[in-house]
Write a protein that binds this ligand. Structure first.
Ligand code: ADP
Ligand code: MG
Length: 729
């Protein structure tokens, strides 16, 4: 992380730009190593965020431990062992020596934890211990590995709280710590304060120098946290200010048609639905109605969990636009979803005069030609389709609104292709992937956000179970058969179509790509669980689902066959549907209340959440079984998260923690976000606070005033290029 250098900088800045080599006690050898960590000049050391902090303030000797109280104990590893209990569980134990006593850490069913412990490692167990046969025992302790020098080299540091930094080969913790300590002592007084005293007071932040001091040389956890908060806050507020500047640019851009929604239009549209809108739906509609009549293009992201009723909102917006004489397009990531939307809409509009058409990739050339002509002439008012909608040759006569469903499957570039010149269409993007506001702003430029958090009445949470051995698998299938006998239906999802190829062509985020390190699972185990839809389709009819009618749908079938298979399932003609992830988004069969996912470890978390969203849509309790024999830590963590959480946001958080921010939306190329301290999900409270702060600063004009000039130029230095902001402000 380097800071931008100004050509003509005042003296104090020059000193902060002192190459690390010349920071007291560093020298050329260590400087080379520090540079590998992007620590090139003195100020980089000051702004180097600790990777974590060791809190030694509640470390006890074994003699001081109390049962059931949160505390830590430090010791060196003397032994590890793993054994099976009579009921098939494994218990793994690590014995550490602390002074003259021994303390044990134990883990259940996580044999892999032992791989991380080696003889003589110095570790810190934290948790609530209990006495077990005369010895203190921590079960599932939070464990930190101490560097040999963690305690001893603290030299001069107050020992209770010790920040730890990322390292590189050849660089020792005490070396980087010493370099940072020297930098703080010699340079911290030169760091410029970018925030005005008013800001510091309003946001309850310490000054920058105090914050840096507290971050690296804290005397207590409280000091450390206060310092850290200031740096996160500043990081995020700069980012949010850049977004506000971006928005200001946007507001002065091309106009869009005004589309008022009169009371008459409103009541005509509402009549089409067999239900009352939920409060959340009404709010979303209000946001959209305001946007459509604002005279500038709507750019709104509607974010709501699977099953919350986004389609109705899309229809509402579409019908407002049509009532105002404009063409509209509804775009989906898959043909299956396009077909489904088409059926829903076609049915709802059965008695209306709206001229509508479906445009997908598998029309005959003649059909396509005709469709294109109608679109060009303005004959068609609503076009439903896939990416085929934005291919060359599609020319709209009067496009006023584009609705994009399940946006996370579309790239940013694709969205831009609708812009036409003098007027831009309104764009509504819908997704069930919960994306923190700031993350979607960077990903998509500058979307406004509507989050809908309620569900249509009567929804139940899907109960989810991780099924990891043959025995429980038998029981799960028995359970499935019982539900089928009661008249319910079941989805059985496989990661692959056939035996050989790796994944369904429609599978967007392949597990192997995501986690190459986890994909070499032992062959013997893999054989037990069938991953291919075609194979399982055969197998189920002979074995677990003998006597039930089983259908199949996957991405390699042609569109007609897919539609037929879905129709057979929807009508109840088939009771079980073996499928790949083609059913991931949007498919809606309310009698299907059970889902079995084969080789669940091969799916991403957000994918599993999407898949699971297909069930529990009607009045029946939904059940989801995640079949997986894989025992890698990450897999277990991911699947357990599915068991534990039904809230898409929570799942996104776990996903984010395991994968990092780069790829929540599947657009890998976007790269890491330009944040130094802040974490868009972990710090989401501050993300929201800083957003408010940024809006306020820009709106009140303070941001353009002299007091915050240094902050503004820092923001532009960081973000002007990335977000295409004019330097003039
Ligand atoms: P999403 O696209 O958000 O995942 P859908 O639009 O497919 O959800 O809606 C899921 C189901 O809920 C559909 O069967 C739809 O008819 C139904 N639904 C939507 N809104 C309501 C409502 N306000 N009251 C009752 N049912 C609703
Ligand atoms: Mg949907």
């Amino acid at each position: 992380m380097t800071t931008d250098q100004q050509v003509e900088s005042p003296d104090w800045e020059d000193q902060l730009q002192t190459p690390v080599q010349f920071v007291r006690g560093v020298g050329p050898e260590r400087a080379k190593l520090l540079e590998k960590l992007d620590l090139r000049v003195a100020i980089d050391l000051l702004y180097n965020a600790p990777r974590d902090v060791l809190d030694l303030s509640n470390v006890r000797t074994p003699a001081e431990l109390e049962a059931g109280v949160q505390q830590s104990v430090c010791g060196s590893v003397v032994d590890t062992e793993s054994r099976r209990t009579s009921n098939g569980k494994t218990i793994s134990a690590v014995l550490i020596r602390s002074g003259r006593a021994f303390v044990r850490g134990v883990w259940f069913n996580q044999p892999w934890v032992l791989k991380k412990f080696f003889q003589d490692n110095v570790v810190l167990f934290s948790g609530k211990p209990k006495m077990n046969s005369g010895r203190w025992e921590f079960s599932n302790p939070h464990t930190q590995w101490l560097e040999l020098d963690d305690a001893s080299s603290a030299d001069g540091l107050p020992v209770a709280v010790i920040p730890r930094y990322g390292l590189t080969d050849g660089l020792k913790m005490y070396e980087i710590r010493r370099a940072i300590k020297a930098a703080v002592e010699d340079y911290v007084d030169l760091v410029p304060e970018l925030l005005s005293p008013e800001c510091l007071a309003a946001w309850k932040l310490p000054g920058i120098r105090e914050a840096i001091q507290n971050l690296h040389l804290p005397k207590s956890m409280g000091e450390y946290r206060a310092g850290y908060r200031r740096l996160v806050f500043q990081d995020l507020v700069e980012f949010q200010l850049a977004i506000e500047l971006r928005r200001r640019v946007w507001w002065s851009g091309v106009p869009a048609p005004k589309m008022p929604c009169t009371a008459k239009i409103d009541s005509r549209i509402r009549r089409l639905f067999p239900f009352e809108m939920t409060a959340g739906q009404n709010q979303a509609i209000a946001d959209i109605v305001a946007d459509l009549n604002a005279g500038r293009p709507m750019h709104r992201l509607l974010q709501a969990d699977v099953g919350s009723g986004k389609t109705a909102i899309a229809m509402y917006a579409i019908l407002v636009a049509i009532a105002n004489g404009h063409q509209t397009a509804l775009m989906t990531p898959t043909e299956l979803l396009a077909t489904q939307h088409w059926q829903t809409i076609d049915k709802a509009l059965a008695h209306s005069r709206v001229k509508r058409r479906m445009l997908t990739g598998n029309l005959t050339p003649a059909q396509r030609q005709k469709a294109l002509e109608e679109i060009r002439s303005g004959d068609v008012q609503l076009i439903v389709g896939t990416q085929a909608l934005i291919q060359k040759g599609v020319q709209f006569s009067n496009l006023g609104l584009v609705v994009i469903d399940e946006q996370h499957k579309f790239g940013v570039g694709q969205r831009a292709q609708f812009s036409t010149g003098t007027q831009s269409p309104h764009v509504l993007v819908m997704t069930a992937t919960p994306i923190p506001r700031s993350l979607c702003l960077t990903q998509f430029g500058d979307l406004d956000l509507t989050t809908m958090s309620d569900m249509p009445p009567g929804r139940q949470e899907v109960k989810t179970y991780r099924v990891y051995n043959a025995n429980t698998r038998k029981r799960a299938w028995k359970f499935v058969r019982e539900r089928l006998q009661e008249g319910r239906q079941v989805y059985v999802v496989c990661p692959r179509v056939g035996e050989t190829e790796d994944s369904d062509p429609q599978l967007q985020l392949s597990f192997d790509e995501e986690f190459p390190e986890l994909s070499d699972k032992p062959a013997a185990i893999q054989e037990e669980l069938i991953g291919s839809a075609e194979e399982l389709f055969e197998d189920l009819q002979k074995n677990e689902l003998k006597g039930f009618s089983v259908g199949m749908v996957h991405g390699r079938m042609n569109a007609q066959a897919k539609a037929d298979a879905m129709e057979a399932f929807r009508s109840g003609e088939t009771q079980a549907l073996v499928s790949t992830t083609v059913i991931e988004v949007g498919v809606d069969v309310s009698n299907a209340s059970v889902m079995v996912i084969q080789q669940a470890e091969r799916f991403g978390l957000s994918q599993l959440h999407q898949l699971r969203g297909r069930i529990g849509r009607g009045k029946h309790q939904g059940f989801c079984f995640l079949f997986s024999d894989a025992s890698a830590t990450e897999v277990v963590k991911r699947l357990s998260a599915m068991e534990k959480y039904t809230d898409g946001f929570k799942i996104a958080e776990v996903d984010f923690d395991l994968r990092g921010p780069g790829d929540i939306l599947g657009s890998r190329q976007h790269g890491a976000l330009p944040l130094r301290f802040g974490h868009l999900i972990k710090d989401r409270q501050l993300v929201e606070e800083t957003r408010q702060a940024a809006i306020e600063l820009v709106k009140s004009g303070q941001f353009d005033g002299p007091l915050l000039a240094p902050l503004k130029s820092a923001v532009l230095d960081r973000f002007a290029e990335l977000m295409d902001l004019p330097r003039s402000g």
